[in-house]
Design a protein around this ligand. Structure first.
Ligand SMILES: NC(=O)c1ccc[n+]([C@@H]2O[C@H](COP(=O)([O-])OP(=O)(O)OC[C@H]3O[C@@H](n4cnc5c(N)ncnc54)[C@H](O)[C@@H]3O)[C@@H](O)[C@H]2O)c1
Length: 264
């Protein structure tokens, strides 16, 4: 029996929770976890089919969920997305800026195409700035909110010896920038009741890593990690629910590493 009067601090019932990149990988399991804890989930991404799959996996829980197609590198798409969400729910309680891409070419800096650099910086850093610009004013109206970014251990530490990792320069720099953007936002929006934190995952088995690379990558991971196994998308659920909910009510500006011990 709850004798504190605080109820279930993980409960998300009635909250409007948005997850970008919700059609696959980590985003999909975050949508599923938030729905399981009672949130109305808005699943955002570029592929309508993938969003519908996520929606199907969280439907039937008695609350309202929504799938919205948007490219988060496009300011117009973000504005339209925020308008639709506020029309439907009148608020945004939780926003996971989770969508991201990795580098296509594993080459040294002097060999890298400028277009490849720009594409990653655009999707993994500039897009989150754009989402913050659109979402913070909505949260400020209610004087509360939890904004969560998905960075990477790649943004925290010079990367492992293997070429497929250490040549992801733009990815590492964008994710490092995202960590500082998260901290800056936490300072700026704390006075408005908004918490801003980042999850820093290590490797997880998702479509981010192409199927033909998975075996080699996971063999390396098993050698490097104290836990000796690759991360699975479900491993991120607990942290996601905790950051979204009142269970983390006094936590802001934090970079939470979830990596099987890679940086231990
Ligand atoms: N899987 C890992 O090993 C790992 C490790 C560290 C960090 N991350 C980060 O986690 C986040 C989720 O990645 P994932 O592993 O689930 O990969 P994923 O490829 O399965 O999911 C990323 C999703 O983001 C979407 N997306 C990309 N660019 C977009 C855009 N411009 N507009 C809208 N949607 C867009 C993709 O379509 C995809 O659905 C990313 O930010 C990634 O950098 C992943």
């Amino acid at each position: 029996m709850d004798t504190t009067g605080r109820g279930d601090i993980f409960d998300l019932t009635g909250k409007a929770a948005v997850v970008t990149g919700g059609g696959s990988g980590l985003g999909r399991v975050i949508c599923e976890a938030l729905a399981r804890y009672g949130a109305n989930v808005v699943c955002v991404g570029r592929s309508a089919d993938k969003l519908q799959d996520t929606l199907a996996s969280i439907s039937g829980r008695g609350h309202r969920n929504l799938a919205l197609t948007a490219d988060v590198t496009e300011p117009g798409d973000i504005e339209a997305m925020v308008r639709k969400i506020t029309d439907e729910f009148g608020r945004i309680d939780v926003f996971f800026a989770n969508a991201g891409i990795r580098e296509k070419s594993f080459v040294l800096i002097h060999e890298k195409a400028v277009e490849d650099w720009d594409e990653v910086m655009n999707a993994d850093l500039r897009a989150v700035f754009l989402q913050m610009k659109a979402v913070f004013p909505v949260m400020m109206e209610k004087e509360r909110g939890s904004f969560i970014t998905t960075s990477s251990v790649g943004g925290m530490w010079p990367l492992a010896q293997d070429r497929w990792v250490y040549t992801q320069t733009a990815y590492a720099v964008a994710k490092a920038g995202l960590i500082m953007l998260t901290k800056a936002a936490a300072r700026q929006y704390g006075p408005y009741g908004i918490r801003v934190n980042s999850i820093c995952p290590g490797y997880h088995r998702t479509p981010l890593t192409p199927a033909d690379e998975v075996d080699a990558v996971e063999e390396t991971i098993a050698r490097l990690l104290p836990l000796g196994r690759p991360g699975m998308p479900e491993d991120i659920e607990g942290l996601a629910v905790w950051l979204a909910s009142d269970a983390s009510s006094f936590v802001t500006g934090q970079i939470l590493i979830e990596d099987g011990g890679y940086l231990a």
